[in-house]
Design a protein around this ligand. Structure first.
Ligand code: FAD
Length: 326
C-alpha cells in the first residue's frame, strides 16, 4: 500500500535548493490531514550536507544515492535513478520543485513510472474519497494562466506527482531534526549520454527576485513614454530586483518568470515598491507577505492603496525623476 509524502531534494554542489526546502511546508500541510510520513530523495556526490539540511527542516526519512559526480544536469541518468528510487519507496505522492531541473527530470520519471505529473501547482489541498482515503487536489493556473484548475491523479496512476511553483510555500524554521537515513546502494547509476561542457551562473534569474530584500514592481502605468527606463534606473540605484504585473509580461517588457501574482511569483521581500499598479487581487496575492509595502499611483481610489503600508498619490514619473536627481 503506497504511503508517504516524498520530496525531490534538488541540489547543486552539496547544497539543497531553496525551492525543495519550501516543499517541506507543503508536505506538512498535507500531513496534518493524512498523517503520512514526510520523506525526501537525494541523489548527489556530496550527500552529507544536504541530508543535514533536510533533517533540520523536518524531513522524517531520507533516501539517498551517492554518485561519483553530480548527475542532476544529466536528465537521462538522473530520471532513471529517481524512478528506481521512487518505485522502491512507493510513496503516495511526490512533490517536486517546478524548477527547470525538476520539470525536466520528472517528466521523464513520470513516463518511466507510467503515472501522471501535474506541472506548476500553486496550491495543494487534501480531499477525501468515499472510502475515507485521501488524495491531493493539485491546483494550478491553466489556459494561458486565465483560469485555475484542480487536477486529481486517477487511481491506477499513482504516485500522485506534482511540480510546485517556487516561492508559494516558505522554508520551515530550522530546528535540530532526527531523520532515518537509508542509503539505497543497490540502485544502479546508468551511463549518461549527456556530457556537461560548462556550467555558467545565470544572471538576473527568478531566484534574484525571490531572494531580494527590495523589489520594485512595475505596472501598466510604467509603460507610458520611457517610464520603465526610469524604473530600471531607480531599481539600480536602490539595489532592488524588478518584477511586474501581467500587462508588463504581455507587452514583453519583463519576462514571464518576473511576473508577480497568483499566476506568477509569490515574493516576500523586506520592502516592495509598487509603481503604476492598480492592485488587482490576482496581483496582490503575490505580494501580501511583503514586510513594508509602498505604492505610487495617480488614482487615489486605486485598490493598491488598500494593501499598501505607505501610499503616494502621484505621477510615478515625477517621483522617480526627483529621486534620481538626489
Ligand atoms: C486568472 C487570472 C490570473 C491573473 N494572474 C495575474 C498575476 O499573476 N499577476 C498580475 O499582475 N496580474 C494577473 N492577472 C491580471 C490582473 O487581474 C490585472 O489585470 C493586472 O494585475 C493589472 O495590472 P496593472 O495593475 O499593471 O494594470 P492596470 O490595472 O491597468 O493598472 C495600471 C495602474 O497604473 C496607474 N497609473 C497609470 N499611469 C500612472 C502614472 N504615470 N503614475 C502612477 N500611476 C499610474 C493607473 O491609475 C492604474 O491604477 C490575472 C488575471 C486573471 C483573470
Amino acid at each position: 500500500m503506497a504511503n508517504g509524502i516524498c520530496i525531490f531534494a534538488e541540489n547543486y554542489n552539496g547544497k539543497l535548493e531553496p525551492a525543495s526546502a519550501e516543499l517541506v511546508s507543503a508536505a506538512r500541510l498535507i500531513q496534518e490531514t493524512t498523517k503520512e510520513q514526510i520523506s525526501a530523495v537525494v541523489v548527489a556526490k556530496d550527500c552529507d550536507g544536504i541530508i543535514e539540511e533536510l533533517k533540520n527542516i523536518g524531513v522524517e526519512k531520507i533516501y539517498a544515492v551517492k554518485t561519483d559526480h553530480d548527475i542532476l544536469f544529466q536528465d537521462d541518468a538522473a530520471s532513471q535513478v529517481l524512478a528506481d528510487m521512487i518505485r522502491k519507496i512507493d510513496p503516495s505522492s511526490v512533490l517536486i520543485p517546478a524548477t527547470p531541473a525538476g520539470r525536466s527530470i520528472f517528466s521523464r520519471v513520470a513516463m518511466k513510472l507510467n503515472c501522471g505529473l501535474t506541472a506548476d501547482c500553486t496550491e495543494l489541498l487534501v480531499g477525501t474519497k468515499e472510502d475515507g482515503s485521501y488524495y491531493i487536489k493539485q491546483n494550478k493556473p491553466s489556459y494561458g494562466e486565465n483560469v485555475f484548475v484542480t487536477i486529481v491523479t486517477r487511481d491506477g496512476y499513482y504516485p500522485q506527482m506534482m511540480t510546485v511553483r517556487p516561492g508559494v510555500y516558505t522554508i520551515p524554521e530550522k530546528s535540530e531534526g532526527n531523520a532515518e537515513v537509508v542509503y539505497m546502494d543497490d540502485i544502479q547509476i546508468p551511463e549518461s549520454r549527456i556530457e556537461i561542457a560548462e556550467i555558467l551562473p545565470q544572471e538576473d534569474s527568478t531566484d534574484s527576485i525571490l531572494s531580494a530584500e527590495i523589489v520594485v514592481v512595475g505596472g501598466r502605468g510604467t509603460l507610458e513614454d520611457d517610464n520603465f527606463e526610469l524604473v530600471k534606473q531607480f531599481a539600480d540605484k536602490i539595489g532592488a530586483a524588478i518584477g511586474g504585473t501581467r500587462p508588463m509580461v504581455d507587452t514583453e517588457t519583463i519576462p514571464f518568470d518576473h511576473q508577480i501574482g497568483q499566476t506568477g511569483l509569490t515574493i516576500r521581500p523586506k520592502i516592495c515598491i509598487s509603481l503604476g499598479v492598480s492592485g488587482a487581487i490576482q496581483h496582490t496575492e503575490g505580494i501580501k507577505d511583503t514586510k513594508l509595502f509602498v505604492a505610487v499611483n495617480t488614482d487615489e481610489n486605486a485598490a493598491i492603496f488598500k494593501v499598501a503600508d505607505y501610499g503616494m498619490v502621484a505621477d510615478l514619473r515625477e517621483v522617480l525623476e526627483n529621486y534620481l536627481k538626489l
